[in-house]
Design a protein around this ligand. Structure first.
Ligand code: SF4
Length: 308
């Protein structure tokens, strides 16, 4: 059955010809929005413990993390290849020779057929893009940028330390070199009403993106946003699962049909999550969303306006 939206894992399998599993790596990077280069304290919603699986700890080498990650997933699917996913913190933030050593250590592991590199849009440069452009002629390379919002007022309020124009420049510069390019977006940041949330779909559709990853806003223990929520809960609009499904579908209807979608939700560890506690796993959410799209007789890009 064909899906009512452009699904990234389907597209990836078509490109690479096999089932793909990403293996997360914590290579010991920090973040310029934490160490003072751009800011201190980080983004108000950020607690990096939320995206580190057990096998992915920075005291282990890249090779060891990949070996343990592959062993973990092999229990589920024997026949698959892997992409090394440099996920935690800002994975282009460092001396270029050191970055290249880490990327190439990952690529030298059997069964790793490419890289996915998560980073901030203000943390990329020509030298690194030159290297990644050359590398992408030999293997799959994707750079994932944390965009989070296309609204500068929101970006300021969440202490991102960069504006949307910076994200636009980084995405265009990366895609122009033939490197797969992704954007993260959080749906539901404080201060964003429905019109603003849907305007993100228009803004991202204008960019040469391969894929996007959507996340519902989650309030995580130990973050600045958790304190803000405790003192001013009225400033937050947390969606129920049903409301969020409809929001995602409204968003998809406006999104350019060529941009694939990798995910709609994230699941923080229960011991760190304050709200919303949906108790719905990512794959269960996707099934609900697909059923709702069929019920609404709609598809990605249905309301996208092509510009001549
Ligand atoms: S979300 Fe990313 S950019 Fe923001 S503080 Fe956390 S690691 Fe840094």
């Amino acid at each position: 059955m064909s899906l009512p939206y452009n699904d990234y894992s389907t597209r990836l399998r078509e490109i690479l010809g096999t089932r793909i599993q990403k293996i997360s790596i914590n290579a010991g990077f920090t973040c310029p929005n934490r160490d003072g280069k751009v800011g201190v304290g980080g983004c108000t919603y950020c607690n990096n413990q939320t995206f580190n699986p057990d096998y992915c700890q920075q005291d282990k080498s890249v090779t060891q993390q990949i070996a343990e990650g592959i062993a973990f997933f092999r229990k589920k699917h024997d026949e698959q290849k892997h992409l090394a996913y440099f996920q935690a913190y800002t994975n282009t933030y460092g001396d270029i020779a050191h970055l290249i050593d880490l990327y190439e250590e990952a690529l030298s592991y059997p069964g790793i057929i490419g890289l996915v590199i998560g980073t901030r849009p203000d943390c990329i440069n020509k030298e690194l893009l030159d290297y990644l452009q050359e590398l992408s002629g030999k293997c799959y390379v994707m750079v994932e940028y944390g965009v989070e919002s296309t609204c500068d007022e929101t970006l300021k309020a969440i202490n991102r330390g960069h504006d949307f124009a910076t994200a636009q420049r980084a995405i265009r510069a990366t895609a122009q070199r033939g490197i797969h390019t992704a954007a993260h977006l959080i749906l539901g940041l404080p201060g964003e009403d429905r019109t603003t949330l849907l305007s993100h779909a228009h803004q991202l559709s204008e960019l040469p993106l391969t894929t996007i990853k959507l996340h519902q806003l989650q309030l995580i223990k130990g973050t600045v946003m958790a304190q803000q929520f405790a003192t001013h809960p009225d400033q937050f609009r947390l969606f129920s699962v049903d409301e969020y499904i409809d929001l995602c579908i409204d968003f998809l209807e406006l999104l350019h049909p060529n941009i694939s979608v990798e995910r709609f939700t994230s699941q923080s560890p229960p011991h760190l999550l304050i709200a919303p506690d949906w108790k719905v796993k990512n794959h269960e959410f996707v099934v609900k969303l697909q059923r709702r799209m069929i019920a609404r007789n709609t598809s990605q890009g249905r309301l996208y306006l092509y510009k001549s």
